[in-house]
Design a protein around this ligand. Structure first.
Ligand SMILES: O=P(O)(O)OC[C@H]1O[C@H](OP(=O)(O)OP(=O)(O)O)[C@H](O)[C@@H]1O
Ligand code: HPA
Ligand SMILES: [Mg+2]
Length: 183
């Protein structure tokens, strides 16, 4: 879906589909160079990371094995509850493996800080993070992130996998949701 179909529900487009794809291509080259002949297992965090994973995996010039976890801390609101629940666990045993977590956004950082530690405790050889978006001024905990698409302001954004109450994930661009939609 294009932003033009959403009328006044969006207050601005932050990054277009083309910008997102262009930046992912740059990140893919860095990832290829860093991992060399030992591709990591890509772990996508459902549901938000579906679009990033689909585009990043196809951009990478190595065998990109994918696994998925579903964790949730937001429910239907716009603020993290801070309580992370595993809704679906990995299929793969990651002991001894290089893992690259693929995410749509780091906001408070609570989800990723928790997830990174959780995967490290399973004995992964390494756990790194690739996120399309990050809100540096919203972080509540420190998270070591290896690959960041774009740093964005503290606004509630939707599109490219990101939802508000399960809508807007299929918007091609990343846009700021107009406050009147959720307040
Ligand atoms: O840095 P944080 O403040 O923890 O927020 C980031 C997380 O919140 C969103 O997921 P959500 O829990 O809404 O689930 P979803 O991916 O299914 O939308 C987003 O996809 C990240 O996983
Ligand atoms: O800005 C956001 N938009 C949608 N989902 C989110 N999850 C954390 N931050 C956001
Ligand atoms: Mg969400």
């Amino acid at each position: 879906m294009d932003a033009k179909h959403l009328g006044d529900e969006l207050s601005a487009v932050l990054h277009t589909e083309a910008e997102l794809r262009g930046r992912l291509a740059e990140l893919a080259r860095e990832i290829e160079a860093d991992y060399g002949d030992e591709p990591p297992l890509l772990v996508g965090v459902l549901k938000g990371a579906v679009m990033v994973m689909a585009d990043l995996a196809r951009e990478l010039n190595f065998h990109a094995q994918m696994d998925w976890m579903a964790v949730s801390s937001y429910g239907a609101g716009t603020k993290s509850s801070g309580v992370v629940k595993i809704l679906k666990d990995l299929d793969a045993d990651i002991a001894g493996r290089d893992v690259l977590i693929v995410e749509d956004i780091i906001d408070s950082g609570l989800t990723l800080a928790w997830l990174k530690e959780n995967l490290e405790l399973r004995g992964a050889k390494s756990v790194k993070i690739c996120t399309m978006l990050r809100k540096p001024d919203a972080l509540k905990v420190e998270v070591d992130v290896a690959y960041v698409g774009f740093d964005i302001p503290v606004e509630f954004v939707v599109g490219y996998g990101l939802d508000y109450a399960e809508n807007y994930r299929n918007l091609r661009d990343v846009a700021i949701l107009a406050p009147h939609v959720y307040s």
